[in-house]
Write a protein that binds this ligand. Sequence first.
Ligand code: FDP
Length: 339
Amino acid sequence: MPIGTTITQHILNQQRENPEATGAFTHLLYELIVAAKVISKEVNKAGLADILGATGDINVQNEKVQKLDIFANRVIIERMQHIGQLCCMGSEEVADLIDIPEKYPKGNYILLFDPLDGSSNIDVNISIGTIFGIYKKNCKETDISFLLNEALQPGYEQVAAGYFIYGSSTIMVYTTGNGVHGFTLYPSVGEFLLSHENIRIPESGKIYSVNESNYQYWDDNTKALIDHFKTKNKKTGKSYTARYVGSLVADFHRNLLKGGIFMYPADNKDPKKTTGKLRLMVEANPLAMVVKQAGGYASNGTGPILDMQPQELHQRIPLYIGSKEDVLMAERFLKGERE
Ligand code: FDP
């Protein structure tokens, strides 16, 4: 497809390849893109308007809510609830599933999203993003009280996933199971144009990304893994370099293009729950689908993220994601093996 193809053309072309497609899904993605354009505009002028800083509230993840988070969450919910293609939504910012108001028709898709990932970077001009995963409902029920099970599908059931990065430019990366494609927003045209066709992540990389201040809270296998990344490999002569922005979407995107591994291991900061920090449904699963489609791999340390049977909407998990060889090596270390 020629560079310069708009995202809408791209989605329509993919729709044509599927004879059963009704256009519902295309409509859904189109509206999500409009929401992201609105968020992007607001992020770009964040320093000028009174939308920076904390609102004083704490979200369901026990984090301080930033005003832009709330704005992004509202834009997506309000934009997506009336289009008639969704039966419910799930947001990182909202404790329960979000119902579609009665005045609007319901559809068969479920949208799970993190409206503004990397919130601690909002007020310091570092890239942040929106992450999304889309599922199809399997049952006939439309009442919200029956839909939690439908939303808690394993990641391999996603029909599409991707993210928007609001950085030095705004980029959308998405997959519908047919490769991973990146589009850059041209503000003067107001369109996302194809800029990264069929992205492939290198088999192994040189970058490791982790918040090493958690070292003291890791188990010995995790410590050994991170020590390994810091040590020159005697056989290959290969050494890694560290890059950690602290904005998952930005760290992931860099490693997707350049190769490498992003890790947020389980830690024992809170001895009662030694899970990781990141969320399965709105962060790990969408990025796991993207990385798999690009030839990479996402693991919870013992097996594929995409195969996990979710237990709850806001479930947290350990995450190892990026170049396949690096993530497989991480799994081996976590089993106690050493290189
Ligand atoms: P944030 O808390 O700023 O919203 O998902 C949350 C997230 O950012 C990720 O984007 C990021 O990778 C990670 O948390 C950073 O966590 P640490 O500050 O613990 O490193």
